[in-house]
Unconditional design. Sequence first.
Length: 564
Amino acid sequence: MSDQWRARGVLPETPDVAGAYPRLTDQQIQVLSRVGDKRSVEEGSALYCAGDHYCDFFVILSGSVVILQETDEGPQPIAAHGPRRFLGDLSQLTSQTLYLTAVAQEPVEVLAVPVDRLREVAIEDPELADLILRSFLIRRHRHLGLGAGFRIIGSRFSADSRRLRDFASRNRLPHKWIDLEEDSNAEAILTRLNIKPEQTPVVIWRGREVLHNPSNAELASLMGLRPSQAPVTEVCDLVVVGAGPAGLAAAVYGASEGLSTVVLDAVATGGQAATSSHIENYLGFPAGISGGELADRAVVQARKFGAAFTIPAEAQSLSQVDSSHVVHLNDGGEVAARAVILATGTCYRRLEVPGLDRLERSSVYYAATQMEAMLCRTDPVTVVGGGNSAGQASVFLARQGSEVNLVIRHHDLGRDMSRYLADRVEHTPKIRVWRRSEVCELRGEKTLESVVIVEHEAGDRRSVVPTIALFVLIGSAPQTQWLNGQIPLDDRGFVITGRASPTTPDGEAWTGNDVPSTYETGRAGVFAVGDVRSGSVKRVAAAAGEGAMAVRLVHQFLEKAGLG
C-alpha cells in the first residue's frame, strides 16, 4: 500500500486551512501528556486505517504523517502533518468508522491519548477541548468538499441512487457521488472493479470493497451510525424519538442528569435544522452556525454524557406494557423505556404539479446542503417556500454561484421569514423574489430544464424560467403517522399536550385542580416537544428549549410514579 506514495518522497506539510490543522502549544501538549503515552512508530507503519472503529487521539511530537484516501487506483494522499499537529476526525468523537488512513512518512514519535480520556482534558483545559472539536468539524467539512470517504456510483435516474445520496448527505458522511450519466470516469472505475452498469448503484468502500445497492441500515452499520447489536432489551429511563434540535437537547439534558437515554431517528441527527447552511439567530453564535455543525456538536455533547444513538431506526408503533413504554421499530426491533419524549418533527410537503413525478428523482430536492450545491454548481435553480429554511437555502445557493428564483405565494417576504433573513434575501443580487406566485409546471425529459411560474399579481401571467434544480421547502407535515391513535392529535396531525389534551395522562377528564405540564400528552410518561407538538413555535431555539424543559418534567413524572 505504501510504496505508491512513498516513491514521491516525504510530502510537505499541508498548510492550515481555516483552523483545520492547528499546532498545539507546549502547555497544551503537557495537559495531554497527563492522560497519554509516548510511542515510536516506524516509517511506513499505519497509525490507523480506514475501516477502524476505534483509534487513539494522536499528537505528532516528531516526524511526519501522511493522510491517505483509499481508492480503486490505490491510496491517494490528501494531507501531511508534522510536529505539534494532532491527527483524527470527528468520527473519533461520534463513535463512527474511520474513513481515512494515517501512515508515518518517516520514523515518528507520537503522544497517544485514549479518546475516552479526552473528557478529562475538557475539564482541565476547556479551550484545548474546544480547539480539538472545532478543528475536527472543519476537517469534516473539508473532507465533504474533497469527496473523501466512500463512493456512490449510479444513475441519477435511479431511486436507490437518490436514496443513498440523500442518506449520506443528511448524515454528513464524507463521500463522492459518481454519476453514470455524466462522469467520464465512472465506466473505467466499474471496469476495474468488474461491475456491470446494470448492477449499480454500488458503494465502493476502502477502494476495493463493493456493496451492491445497500440499504440505509447497511450503510449506517458500515459507517458506525448504528450499534453493532440491536438496541438493548432492558428498560432504559428515557427514549427520545427524533434527533432534531428538540430531541438532541433532550438527549443532552437527559444523559447529563443521569437518565439512561436512547435516541432514535429514522434518517439522521439534526432534523430539518441540519440542512440549514447558516443559522444566524441562534443564541450564542453571533457569526452564525451551520445546522450540520450545530447537530454534530450536540451529538458529541450527548455522547459525552452517555446517550446512545441508533440511526436509522424508524419508529413504527408505540405500546405500553405495565409501567413501560415500548417503541416498536420497522426492522422488528424495539426499545422499552420508563418515559418517552416525542421529537419527530415535521417534513416538507411535495409540490403537486405536472412534471414532478417524472423529474423528482433527478432534479427535485428537499434540502440545500453542500452536497446539493456541488451538484448545482453555477446553474440556475428555483426555491419554493417563504419560511426561514427557504430563505437560508436561497442565500446559500446564491453564494455558491447559482442564479436563484425564490417563489412565495404572498407578497410580504417578512411574513414567515425572520426579518434579518428577509433583508439578506432582498439585498442578494443573485436572488430574484417572485411574489404572489406559484410554480405550476416542471419541464424537461429526464432532468429538469425549466419551471413555469404563474404570477397572480400580473393577471396570472406565466413565465418559463430556466432551472436545473427545484428546492421545495413548503409547509409542515407532522411525523405522527406511526402513533396509530395511541396519542391524541389535533386536526392537522400534531401532538396535543398540556391542558389542550382531551384527557389527563391517566385517561380521565381534567378537573379544576389538575395542573397538567405543558409538554404532557394524553398518556402518562409520554411527552412531546418541538415542531411535532401542537401550538409550538417553529424555531430551532424554541425546539431546543422545549427538549431541555421536557427532561425536568420526565424527572418529576418518574419521581411521582416511584420509578426514579
